[in-house]
Unconditional design. Structure first.
Length: 172
C-alpha cells in the first residue's frame, strides 16, 4: 500500500451518463460489481443487511456499458449509501463524485437531513473519497465486520478488517 497525493493522481477526461437503474441488465451489472468488489451479495451497514442489487440505484455508463453504480436506501431523516463502485479503469474521472451528488440531490428533494455511508476500517481510499466529498466520521462500531464474518479478515495492505466506520454529510 502506498499513499499518493491528490495532485499526483492522473485525472481522466471521460464522457459518461448517469441514469436510474431500471433494466434487468443494469441490476445484473450491479450484482456483478458487488460480487467483484466485496465478494458477497449482502452488505451490512447501519445494523441492517441489504442486497445492493435489489435497492434503488443509479448507474454510470460509457457507450451503453455500466462502469459504476450507487445503491441507496432511506432510513428516517437520512439517505444511506449502501454501495458505491466504479471500475478501476474509470476511477479518478469524477464518476463516483457524480453518483454521490445525484443521491445528495435526491435526498434534498425528499427533505432528508443527512446523507450517510459506512466503510470498513481498512478502506483508506473510501475514507479519503468520502471525506473529500464533505462527509465526516461520526461513529465507529468496533468489531462489527469481524463478527459478521466470524473472524478477522485481511484487508487493504494486510490491515485487519474489524470495524465499521460511519460517516455523514449534513444537508442544507
Amino acid at each position: 500500500m502506498r499513499t499518493v497525493c491528490l495532485s499526483c493522481i492522473k485525472k481522466t477526461n471521460l464522457t459518461y451518463k448517469i441514469e436510474r437503474a431500471k433494466s434487468d441488465e443494469e441490476k445484473k451489472a450491479i450484482h456483478e460489481f458487488v460480487k467483484r468488489f466485496w465478494g458477497e451479495d449482502e452488505q451490512l451497514t447501519f445494523d441492517r443487511k441489504f442486497a445492493a442489487a435489489n435497492l434503488p440505484a443509479y448507474v454510470a455508463k460509457v457507450d451503453g456499458s455500466v462502469i459504476g453504480f450507487i445503491s441507496f436506501a432511506e432510513m428516517g431523516d437520512a439517505m444511506i449509501i449502501v454501495a458505491l463502485g466504479v471500475l478501476p479503469e474509470y476511477q479518478s474521472a469524477g464518476v463516483g463524485k457524480s453518483l454521490v451528488r445525484k443521491i445528495e440531490d435526491d435526498s434534498k428533494k425528499l427533505k432528508k437531513r443527512k446523507l450517510m455511508v459506512s466503510t470498513s476500517n481498512d478502506d483508506l481510499p473510501a475514507l479519503a473519497f468520502y471525506q473529500s466529498n464533505g462527509f465526516q466520521i461520526y461513529e465507529v462500531k468496533p468489531n462489527v465486520i469481524a463478527e459478521k464474518h466470524g473472524m478477522i479478515l485481511k484487508g487493504i495492505g494486510g490491515m485487519p478488517i474489524r470495524d465499521e466506520l460511519r460517516l455523514q454529510k449534513l444537508l442544507k
